[in-house]
Design a protein around this ligand. Sequence first.
Ligand SMILES: *Cc1c(COP(=O)(O)O)cnc(C)c1O
Length: 428
Amino acid sequence: MESEKLLALDRELLWHPYTSMTNPLKCRQVVGARGTRLKLADGRELVDGMSSWWCAIHGYNHPRLNAAAKRQIDAFSHVMFGGLTHEPAVMLGQKLVRMAPKGLERVFLADSGSVSVEVALKMAIQYWRGRGINGKNALLTVRGGYHGDTFGAMSVCDPVNGMHHLFRGSLQEQFFAPRPACRFDSPFDPESLAPIRELAEKNRRRIAALIIEPVVQGAGGMWFYHPEYLKGLREICDELGILLIFDEIATGFGRTKKLFASQWAGVSPDIMCVGKALTGGYMTLAATLATKEVAEGVSSGGGVFMHGPTFMGNPLACAVALESLEILGEGKWEGDVARIEKGLRDGLLPLKGCEGVADARVLGAIGVIETQKPVNLEALQDFFVEKGVWIRPFSNLVYLMPPFMASEEDIGALTGAVGEALSRGLHL
Ligand SMILES: *Cc1c(COP(=O)(O)O)cnc(C)c1O
């Protein structure tokens, strides 16, 4: 179909994320993608700075991921997981357990990040029921978090920039401590743990679990906080009988320079969610890992865990995920992420002094410019496409998280475009 016609039809029929159905933001047609390049219908090629929302860590059209998908599709694409199993799921489970922080030895394969968060929350609540302890139904979290768009996940997203006002009355009310105050790159201030400790102590009988994104808060504000904070949380949870859930959906699989962000603190949670980059960005798949202790609690007295998506353990997704983790296991990502970090530092940190810029920060393969005011998304997006890069800001954040195989030139093109946009004042 001719591109103009297709875009008109798209506009008429399809919802896109977080934009109006009747007056949506502009959309562009992709006709191909390879490595770090997205090819548009008009023939232009853009350097991808987003990894399709943290997912495409190995770049697009990866020969090994393609081959894994083709092998599996010729065997079988999907079978129900109730009463049936298959090699891709079992091998993936084994691989995840081997890679994960220690103690996480039981795996639930979910079909998206939000669902893996729902699964984690339900596991925590069922755990206490299974242990015969009643009344622990609520959750504790911090402000500035993002955990997905389903109801349970929304209830623990930031109450201000999340969707709480829109769904007031429909969301369970949870306990919110302030955003972890201590920056990643500042000396740790133990006082930053005081508010969450106080909330936890006061409400311990009602709190099933504490859920948090370790070290990097993603869609809630791209905030990097000090890993010592996580050690403090582990102590608080152990002391007060609260389960600890780490949402590694954005941070998992090398993005922060560690395989999992919790490794910055050397802390293992009781439950961990992964998703996004799990399949190298090929298709939707997520997983919720739990300790044996959690699994035994949920199942005690003959209890069963009450969740079972239709596409649970989808073989095609598991086969691609397995290959993606195989590639990660070969270790090249470490040098790649270090190279990207250097490029992002060189390109973005000097922009801290620009007018209208509140902060610039880089950790691993994540670079963030925080502006003083929310940016005009459409104007910036047009400028970036004009410059041959794909960067999608939100609110007051212009951020980069390119595929790990991005070259120095790719990073230079991305940071150069951001610098030029700021020097032209397009963010003001
Ligand atoms: C994206 C994200 C989710 C939700 O995952 P979906 O696959 O979009 O449902 C949950 N938590 C974090 C930290 C995320 O970044």
